[in-house]
Design a protein around this ligand. Structure first.
Ligand code: FPP
Length: 262
């Protein structure tokens, strides 16, 4: 199995000479990874620094991880940047995060575009500030025709909220007579989700030790594999990603059926 994902060698000395990442076998990759980037605050306070320093370091980790996804030519990577529940945080932290998202777009969009990344945002983007909404719309438009990694950012996103909005849109069609309730099926509901253009999530990665989904992509992760690490998000890098991919390659995904691996 080690050989299956890393492809090169089972010889320990040879393995030590190349990073895990360099040895990832691109034939065994998930199509869509979803990342809960947790632990920025703990990373910073553990070093006696302000939580905001952790968020800034989290941006660098995100850049590293997106570059790794690009190098692997992953089809889709979705990250949880700000949940519908994160508004409960102190106003100063919320303000800092919003500023960080804005700076991130300003600084990174040209490189993402030249890396052929298609960026999209999911969640209640309409409730963000006019300035950030404009940056998001511009970034999405600029990269709309790119054919590389589909990079999706959840901002003011909640899985339950997304489902409610999808159901409201179906109910509206029933109300105006264009849809019969018995014609509602999972495919139709999926077509009303924010993630309608993305494949289902294959692998969820959550950093910083907690083992929960926290209202992230609750529909899309129905058959996903989960990988947890104690590493805080600001310390996440391509080697950690490679570790997750190795573990993923060893999972027996049955989708409710029988064994697929011999
Ligand atoms: C979780 O750490 C992180 C967040 C709520 C914010 C995520 C934001 C970033 C990683 C910045 C980069 C994102 C973009 C899109 C530029 P936490 O604050 O919950 O940490 P804690 O659990 O240790 O308190």
């Amino acid at each position: 199995m080690w050989k299956k994902i890393f492809g090169k060698s089972e010889n320990a000395n040879e393995e030590n000479s190349a990073s895990l990442f360099e040895q990832v076998n691109k034939d065994c990759l998930p199509r869509h990874i979803a990342i809960i980037m947790d632990g920025n605050g703990r990373w910073a306070t553990g070093k006696g620094m302000m939580r905001s320093v952790g968020h800034t370091a989290g941006v660098k980790a995100l850049k590293r991880t997106l570059k790794a996804a690009i190098a692997l030519n992953l089809e889709a990577m979705t990250v949880y940047a700000f949940s519908t529940e994160n508004w409960k945080r102190p106003a100063a932290e919320v303000e800092f995060l919003m500023k960080l998202f804005s700076e991130y777009l300003e600084k990174e969009i040209a490189e993402m575009d030249s890396d052929n990344v298609r960026i999209k945002f999911i969640g209640r983007v309409d409730e963000l500030s006019p300035g950030l909404k404009k940056q998001i719309a511009d970034a999405e438009q600029r990269t709309a025709n790119n054919t590389g990694v589909k990079f999706t950012v959840g901002v003011n996103y909640g899985g339950q909220d997304e489902m409610v909005r999808a159901v409201q849109s179906l109910a509206q069609d029933v109300k105006n007579g264009s849809l019969e309730p018995e014609n509602i099926d999972s495919k139709l509901l999926e077509s009303r989700l924010d993630t309608k253009e993305l494949p289902p999530v294959d692998l969820v990665i959550r950093t910083s030790g907690d083992m929960r989904l926290s209202n992230f992509l609750i529909w899309q992760t129905a058959y996903a594999e989960f990988w947890f690490t104690d590493t805080n998000w600001p310390d996440f890098d391509k080697e950690k990603l490679a570790e997750a991919l190795l573990d993923y390659s060893q999972r027996d995904r049955r989708f409710g059926g029988l064994n697929t691996k011999k």
